[in-house]
Design a protein around this ligand. Structure first.
Ligand SMILES: O=P(O)(O)OC[C@H]1O[C@H](OP(=O)(O)OP(=O)(O)O)[C@H](O)[C@@H]1O
Length: 163
């Protein structure tokens, strides 16, 4: 966590198992919405969820857009490192791990208009930018993904005493 992330007061740790379950729940929702020609993962956070959803929906064409949202958050500007050109005829499913402020989603939506934007987790400020998501957490929650953490075994205070 960097200084720019001091706005986060709570931590929501997500295990590999929970992430897998949540991604499969997202795949079930997406299954009801029709078929897609390709998945576009928003790197890096969207890479693992996109792989799980691609497996469940049997989508073998997986592309990426690469955006530096660290720069975006701290300086209010976007650095697109890799973009894609959209074929108007294609139904594209964009996958990211979460929407927080919604800035990344806005940039990607502008790049790929008309695509379906799905995330596993969403915070209130970013929610309007997402078409489908599974779990909402509060704006001041830091979602700790399994690829950013190690399991630890130590005493955790009850939630009531963490306020
Ligand atoms: O809604 P926003 O405020 O734009 O935040 C959401 C974005 O932030 C995270 O990426 P991060 O900046 O951590 O980059 P990374 O995925 O490459 O680690 C996440 O994967 C989203 O893409």
């Amino acid at each position: 966590m960097t200084n720019s992330e001091e706005k986060y007061k709570k931590v929501y740790p997500v295990s590999w198992q929970q992430l897998h379950q949540d991604c499969k729940a997202l795949a079930w929702r997406l299954l009801d919405l029709g078929t897609w020609d390709k998945i576009v993962a928003v790197a890096r956070g969207g890479l693992v969820p996109a792989a799980i959803i691609a497996r469940e929906l049997e989508i073998r064409f997986v592309d990426t857009v690469c955006i530096s949202s660290y720069t975006l958050r701290t300086q209010g500007e976007t650095r697109i490192l890799k973009e894609i050109k959209r074929d108007e005829k294609e139904r594209i499913l964009i996958i990211d791990d979460l929407v927080d402020t919604g800035s990344t989603a806005r940039v990607v939506r502008k790049m790929i208009p008309g695509a379906h934007f799905a995330t596993v987790y969403a915070k209130p400020d970013g929610r309007p930018e997402v078409d489908t998501f599974i779990t909402e957490v509060s704006q001041d929650t830091w979602i700790l993904f399994p690829w950013d953490s190690e399991p630890q075994y130590h005493y955790i205070k009850p939630i009531v005493s963490q306020k």
